[in-house]
Ligand binder design. Structure first.
Ligand SMILES: [Zn+2]
Length: 203
């Protein structure tokens, strides 16, 4: 399955949403045999220097969404995840690879709910897949794009407005939250919704 990350070319500097699977975790390499590209190489092909990145929004902190965060540790980028995600990382040692998920404190920012990150770029809390899952709304001119990440597994779930067992734990609260998140994003009438594990979806 693919794991997509996104780069918003913003006048204030590039903003990333998710960074893919990282390097150096033997268990993850054995279990998944991931085919990776180095984040810096991918950015370079997009005309972006990694050192220019001003912010990394992690949709959530599972290993396949924050894995290459460390390549930007020590630089100027701020790392933004919801408070609930940081809590999951620190209370559940099987949640993710904490060395990928946790930026140095100087760079780490905990988000509570929605937050305007830059002109035309807004973080939206979309719990469901995880308690602290978040999406990003990008508004430019009359275009409205949502990077929905893993708020759903695929486009069918968006269309049917369901929380699938593939994407959301059986916890009834999370199931309800996932459906609310789908409805919330669709109500914004975006031109496109980009996902983590499935290509773009035009509602
Ligand atoms: Zn996940």
């Amino acid at each position: 399955m693919p794991v997509y990350g996104y780069c918003i070319l913003h006048p204030d500097g590039p903003i990333l949403v998710d960074t893919g699977v990282g390097f150096g975790n033997e268990l993850i390499d054995q279990l998944y045999n991931p085919q990776r590209e180095r984040l810096g190489d991918v950015l370079w092909r997009c005309g972006v220097e990694a050192s220019e990145v001003v912010a990394v929004v992690n949709s959530h902190l599972h290993f396949d969404h924050c894995g290459q965060n460390p390549s930007l540790f020590g630089g100027p980028a701020a790392f933004l995840a919801q408070v609930a995600e940081y809590e999951s990382v620190t209370t559940d040692r099987y949640y993710t690879d904490a060395s990928w998920a946790l930026a140095p404190e100087r760079q780490r920012r905990a988000v509570r709910g929605d937050e305007r990150l830059a002109d035309g770029v807004t973080i939206l809390a979309t719990p469901g897949h995880t308690a602290g899952h978040q999406s990003v709304l990008v508004e430019a001119g009359d275009r409205r794009v949502v990077i929905g990440a893993q708020m759903v597994w695929d486009a069918d779930e968006l269309a049917a407005e369901v929380a699938s067992s593939a994407n959301v734990d059986p916890d009834p609260e999370l199931r309800r939250a996932a459906v609310d998140s789908i409805r919330r994003i669709k109500a914004l009438n975006p031109d496109v919704i980009h996902l983590s594990h499935c290509g773009a979806f035009a509602p």
